[in-house]
Unconditional design. Structure first.
Ligand SMILES: Cc1cc2nc3c(=O)[nH]c(=O)nc-3n(C[C@H](O)[C@H](O)[C@H](O)COP(=O)(O)O)c2cc1C
Length: 277
């Protein structure tokens, strides 16, 4: 028996926290490299591109750097300056006008960046491990280098930068934010034992390696309204990222556990171990 398009579950509304998505199609975050201007601000082209896709239930915006120190991919947009917030406001206005919803994706490239972005200085990471990937610089793809391990003060500042970017996202009219913890970017560099050799409270055990992500999550949550305005892009295993191993799986589940405990007081007292362990 055939069913009409209207009856397809994919095209039915769904509630996600306080958001009511008109359908269950979520557009994946896709880097387009179109912020080709000195201020790394989104342009009219961004507004046109995202408005064209506003019929999705929810759009996850492209990777967007939280600070100049986080920068590491040519012609990608940021969310730290007034100019960028104004640019994003035009984008979210265009999407909302067409009835769409949109999240910003908050990004720190860490060791995936390159000295070319910092006048020759090394990019930051958990430890001095070269991820052996390619960095997309303004003059083309270049091999990554061994980064500089972050000091505790730099970790603290980076956590704050994620919070500021989340607040900027709200000011720019986004409906929520997603923390980019995927691939081999900075947060993943902390989570992964292959790229995190720290001896302090941010390295070693699973809990310690996840501490950076948890601190970022808490700080971001202070800037967005609880109840569906935040998310995480991560995945347990990859094919191209040689160093990202299956041990990451419990870490992601622990993150989910952490989130559940935070928003559900009953779960805090009595976590459902079967579901998350
Ligand atoms: C051109 C291109 C750009 C992408 N840009 C981003 C991005 O900015 N942020 C992100 O989290 N993922 C990005 N991705 C990953 C996709 O969102 C998606 O997760 C990936 O293609 C895997 O799809 P799957 O999860 O359905 O298997 C990009 C993928 C492609 C092909």
């Amino acid at each position: 028996m055939s069913i009409t398009t209207k009856q397809q579950p994919l095209f039915t509304p769904v509630r996600m926290g306080k958001l009511k998505l008109p359908n269950r199609i979520v557009m994946a975050p896709l880097t387009r490299m179109r912020a080709a201007n000195p201020g790394h601000a989104p342009t009219e082209l961004h507004a046109e591109y995202y408005a064209q896709r506003a019929s999705a239930g929810l759009i996850i915006g492209e990777c967007t750097e939280i600070s100049p120190a986080a920068y590491g991919w040519a012609d990608t947009p940021g969310l730290w300056s007034i100019e960028q917030v104004r640019g994003w406001r035009k984008v979210t206005d265009a999407v909302h006008k067409k009835g769409g919803l949109m999240y910003a994706q908050l990004w720190h490239t860490g060791a995936l960046s390159h000295p070319d972005f910092f006048d020759g200085a090394l990019p930051m990471s958990a430890s001095d491990v070269n991820p052996q990937q390619e960095s997309v610089t303004p003059s083309g793809r270049k091999a990554t280098v061994a980064p500089r391990p972050m000091s505790r003060e730099e970790i603290r500042q980076t956590v704050l930068d994620f919070g500021t970017a989340a607040r900027n996202a709200m000011e720019a009219g986004f409906d929520g934010v997603q923390i980019q913890a995927n691939y081999l970017y900075l947060i993943a560099q902390f989570l992964n034992s292959a790229t995190n050799h720290r001896k302090d409270e941010y390295g070693g055990s699973t809990e310690n390696r996840a501490r950076f992500l948890f601190e970022i999550t808490e700080t971001v949550l202070e800037q967005v309204e609880p109840g569906g305005d935040d998310g995480l892009h991560g995945r347990p295993a990859g094919t191209s990222e040689r160093r990202w191993n299956v041990q990451a799986l419990p870490r992601h589940l622990r993150w989910a556990h952490h989130r559940k405990r935070r928003h559900d007081p009953r779960a805090w007292k009595s976590p459902n171990k079967n579901r998350f362990s």
